[in-house]
Design a protein around this ligand. Structure first.
Ligand SMILES: [Zn+2]
Length: 199
């Protein structure tokens, strides 16, 4: 598998050189070795990861070159763990501000702008429009102001794509366009940013 996000990788030393285990998040995989969640990426603090190891809930898949020590034990901080019990992923993502932006690829659905993003009710609330996947789109402030409290036909402003309820895999696809800023190299085998998630 090729990886195209080398530039996004924080060099291991730079990232861990601060000497703080707090800068060592653990990527959490489901029992099928896919991330438990992509958006947001399923990450645990090292404390939660180590606790789960001791509770025998996860397998350690990969580790940082970084130890935490207590009087009674010494353990390398896991960089990747996998759950021992498979959790069935939900088919539909939560209706959140972030997920609406992600569905709309962080672009105004009226003009394509990526700045000053807000939300627009395609059918205004004052005209019975609901706050749902099917009626809310990302819109920049100028477009939002211009459209105001009017119907699309009244102002000749139509969303580039009709608002719809996305599936989790729709968001995964879009999310691959916006990888997080930090990806530890040990995560890369489990993050298929540049390949199809579903065959
Ligand atoms: Zn706009």
């Amino acid at each position: 598998m090729s990886v195209h996000f080398q530039r996004q990788l924080a060099p291991d030393k730079g990232y861990l050189g601060q000497g703080s285990p707090d800068s060592c998040p653990t990527l959490v995989l489901n029992a099928d070795y896919r991330p438990l969640s992509y958006y947001p990426l399923s990450l645990w603090s090292w404390q939660d990861a180590i606790k789960a190891v001791f509770l025998d809930r996860v397998n350690i898949v990969s580790e940082y070159d970084h130890f935490v020590r207590s009087p009674s034990f010494e353990i390398r901080i896991p960089s990747v763990v996998s759950l021992k019990t498979y959790i069935k992923p939900s088919k539909y993502p939560a209706f959140t501000r972030f997920n609406v932006f992600l569905r709309d690829r962080f672009a105004c659905q009226y003009c394509g702008a990526r700045e000053e993003l807000t939300f627009d009710h395609v059918i205004p609330r004052s005209k019975g429009g609901t706050t749902t996947w099917e009626n809310v789109v990302a819109a920049c402030s100028p477009c939002n102001l211009r459209k105001a409290d009017r119907l699309p036909a009244e102002v000749h402003m139509w969303p580039a794509r009709a608002a719809f309820q996305p599936s989790v895999s729709d968001l995964h696809q879009n999310g691959r366009l916006f990888p997080p800023n930090f990806l530890h190299e040990s995560w890369m085998d489990y993050l298929y940013w540049d390949s199809e998630l579903e065959p």
